[in-house]
Design a protein around this ligand. Structure first.
Ligand SMILES: Cc1cc2nc3c(=O)[nH]c(=O)nc-3n(C[C@H](O)[C@H](O)[C@H](O)COP(=O)(O)OP(=O)(O)OC[C@H]3O[C@@H](n4cnc5c(N)ncnc54)[C@H](O)[C@@H]3O)c2cc1C
Length: 361
């Protein structure tokens, strides 16, 4: 056990945790970040393809918030560009503007608030970037070279500010000892802090306080994607497609620009877990190629040069269980918002602008 008592320990080195940890450090606090993964970035990772290309692991998209984009530009100095063409929802053979998803969601939410007379809630929601009505299509931005440049920018900031990040270290238990909290790893060693920060995907086996103990039930989701290296660039030009009402494919991303070599076209297809489990990878790959061809996402003669499936397991804890754990720790355990990157960042932006930007850091 280390004798050091940290002010803050963060479980997970994903983007929200890293930025929050940097903001605590900017306040002069002692901070430690721990992740079981071998690198910083959380869900914004890469995978190595059979041809050696190191590219985005899945189909990613950034939601819209201009203040968050300004922060990313100013603080992380990331090269972001509007997706070209802009993302679409693909339904019954037709492309629908991606904003329609948020238009429908916003209308529904506002009507529910009005119906239940929740005016305070209505004002809060109206200020949130998650609820917006876009009559003129908004511009969806994304890092030019994909998620890996985003993770690298976070790594650079962590290094520049001497943020201590302990990688390849898994946390098994978080134990409230009254005055402080013990963070216990799977190999039994422990580190102390005054406040611990977790995210909704922090997969910790046990949380205990002097009077209560929780062994949370985790909902496991496997995100399955397949990378297709194609022989030509024929077919519809896309950036990100959310495919609805299909039983196999739910998303497609074109990431040709992330490949360093002369790959003609590189796309990622997001696949439903049930479809993946019901056939072999070989059969599923063929089925996906037929669907892509029939829907003109690839050309009639486009052939497959290379392909690779990857599975990204994630565990989510129920919100109600989270709330009970947070209550039991009496302010010593905090849960970071982490379901959508841009909206999650939006929640913390006021503090980050003050602590990370105003001092020229
Ligand atoms: C497959 C997938 C795709 C996603 N796609 C999008 C998208 O397209 N757009 C979007 O806006 N958001 C997306 N998200 C949501 C994503 O969670 C957020 O965008 C953002 O990454 C949240 O950042 P974070 O710091 O909260 O943690 P995350 O990025 O979720 O990282 C959590 C980290 O915690 C670590 N960890 C968990 N348990 C332990 C433990 N016991 N011990 C040590 N380390 C632990 C994990 O290894 C991981 O690195 C996606 C999430 C997943 C899982």
């Amino acid at each position: 056990m280390s004798d050091k008592l940290y002010d803050h320990i963060f479980i997970g080195a994903g983007p929200i945790s890293i930025l929050e940890a940097l903001s605590k450090k900017a306040e002069g606090k002692s901070v430690l970040v721990i992740d079981r993964a071998a690198r910083i970035g959380g869900a914004w990772g890469t995978t190595i393809l059979p041809n050696g290309e190191d590219v985005e692991i899945g189909c990613h998209i950034w939601s819209i918030s201009k203040p968050v984009f300004r922060f990313i530009d100013n603080y992380l100095e990331l090269d972001m560009k509007p997706l070209k063409p802009q993302p679409v929802i693909y339904k019954n053979g037709k492309d629908i503007q991606y904003d329609w998803k948020s238009n429908v969601l916003t209308m529904r939410r506002m009507l529910t608030n009005l119906k239940h007379g929740q005016l305070k809630r209505l004002i809060i929601d109206w200020k949130s970037p998650a609820y917006r009505v876009a009559f003129i299509p908004s511009k969806y931005l994304y890092p030019v070279k994909g998620a890996s440049t985003f993770s690298k920018a976070l790594e650079t900031k962590a290094r520049q500010h001497d943020l201590t990040v302990l990688l390849k270290t898994e946390i098994e238990e978080i134990r409230d000892q009254g005055e402080y909290v013990d963070i216990i790893t799977t190999d039994g060693s422990s580190t102390r802090c005054k406040e611990v920060h977790i995210t909704s995907v922090s997969n910790v086996g046990r949380y205990s306080t002097p009077s209560k103990s929780f062994t949370p039930k985790l909902n496991v989701s496997n995100f399955i994607h397949v990378h297709f290296e194609l022989s030509d660039a024929q077919g519809k030009k896309i950036s990100y497609v959310r495919w609805v009402e299909d039983d196999v494919i739910h998303r497609i991303s074109d990431i040709t620009n992330q490949a360093k070599s002369d790959v003609e076209r590189l796309i990622i297809v997001g696949v439903y877990q049930e479809a993946y489990e019901s056939s072999s990878e070989e059969e599923l790959q063929k089925r996906i190629m037929v669907k892509l061809r029939e829907n003109n996402f690839i050309g009639e003669s486009t052939a497959l040069t290379n392909w690779q499936f990857n599975i990204f397991p994630t565990n989510y804890m129920d919100r109600a269980e989270f709330d009970s754990i947070e209550d039991a720790f009496n302010g010593k355990l905090k849960i970071l918002p982490s379901t959508d990157l841009i909206y999650g960042m939006h929640h913390r932006l006021k503090d980050w602008n003050r602590l990370l930007l105003s001092s020229g850091k």
